[in-house]
Design a protein around this ligand. Structure first.
Ligand code: DGL
Length: 262
């Protein structure tokens, strides 16, 4: 048994979509979340910048005595995970490995599309991870630089639908059966994405597999907690705005986020 919390990081609100599934799968676990909203979007930054920013969130989570860290951010997983895993003793869990595993299992036509940030797309991390499981799978990667900032801003429905449908136009009539949401902000736009993608496609959120994998790892290492669970939220951005959106998404009217210096 290990009652230390699980740390989860992201550039912003997107990591909450991972956190929510982790809490649902592991209700006895305490968590500490950090969203680096002051520096988002990570997806438009260089690899070196993403490593530096991610390292600083990792340092913050280590100061909270976490037992493991989930990179609830595809961009940080692609750019920074190999470097930072070498610098810390605890296990880091990324989202891309889980998303790739799930996509390779689910595709029947062996044609997968991945939408993500520019940095994730250019890294080809999804293509490489999927190919390490099955090199016959065709992987098409589409950069969607407008979508993570859109999810953060959370404007009215019409604006969201308009921007999502413009962004996803290149995927219209695309030859794939599985679409991977390769950015943790995208589940916040799931309704709009579903409205723009033909209903016969499977839309895959890697967070489901991340939650399962986290459970497997903690169980294997005898590190599951027994509760009572406590959840802490931090942002380098505007704590009031974060609290408002996070309360809705996490269905927790008591949730209060605190500001930390970036
Ligand atoms: N949520 C992050 C991801 O999964 C990225 C958003 C950003 O560009 O900061 O890639």
């Amino acid at each position: 048994m290990d009652n230390r919390p699980i740390g989860v990081l992201d550039s912003g609100l997107g990591g909450l979509t991972v956190l929510k599934k982790v809490i649902a799968k592991l209700p006895g676990e305490s968590t500490v979340f950090i969203g680096d909203q002051a520096n988002m979007p990570y997806g438009d930054r260089s690899k070196e910048e993403i490593i530096e920013l991610t390292r600083s969130s990792v340092k913050f989570l280590l100061s909270k005595n976490v037992k493991t860290i989930i990179f609830g951010c595809n961009t940080a997983t692609a750019a920074a995970m190999p470097t930072i895993q070498n610098e810390v003793d605890l296990q880091i869990i990324g989202v891309i490995q889980s998303g790739a595993l799930d996509a390779a299992k689910k595709t029947k036509t062996k044609k997968v599309a991945v939408i993500g940030t520019t940095a994730t797309t250019l890294s080809h991390a999804y293509r490489d991870e999927i190919h390490s499981r099955d090199s016959d799978i065709q992987v098409q990667e589409f950069a969607q630089p407008a979508l993570a900032p859109l999810a953060e801003e959370d404007p009215d429905e019409d604006t969201k639908l308009k921007i999502v449908s413009q962004s996803l136009r290149p995927l219209k009539n695309g030859d794939f059966d599985t679409l991977v949401l390769g950015c943790t902000h995208y589940p916040l736009l799931l309704n709009e994405i579903q409205a723009c993608i033909s209903p016969d496609k499977c839309i895959l959120d890697p967070a489901d597999q991340v939650a399962q994998y986290t459970y497997n790892v903690l169980k294997r290492d005898n590190m599951l907690a027994e509760g009572p669970a406590k959840h802490e939220y931090y942002t380098t951005g505007n704590a009031r705005k974060f609290t408002e959106i996070a309360r809705q998404w996490m269905n927790d009217p008591e949730l209060i986020a605190k500001h930390v210096q970036d």
